[in-house]
Ligand binder design. Structure first.
Ligand SMILES: [Zn+2]
Ligand SMILES: [Zn+2]
Ligand SMILES: [Zn+2]
Length: 54
């Protein structure tokens, strides 16, 4: 059995892929960072290069 360990961040405009072990889990979805998990309420991006979410 192969476990899925990598997931794309659940934030729609985020392109980051995170391993489930490192991801922030929120409402059964996995996010690359707290800013994405919060839905960017503070207008803060995730800060990763090439990623325009936030
Ligand atoms: Zn990102
Ligand atoms: Zn993200
Ligand atoms: Zn995001």
């Amino acid at each position: 059995m192969i476990a899925v360990t990598m997931m794309k961040c659940a934030c729609e405009s985020c392109k980051c892929v995170v391993s489930i072990a490192d991801a922030i889990k929120e409402n059964d979805q996995y996010y690359c960072c707290q800013a994405c998990a919060n839905g960017h309420v503070k207008g803060k991006g995730c800060g990763h290069n090439d990623c325009r979410c936030g």
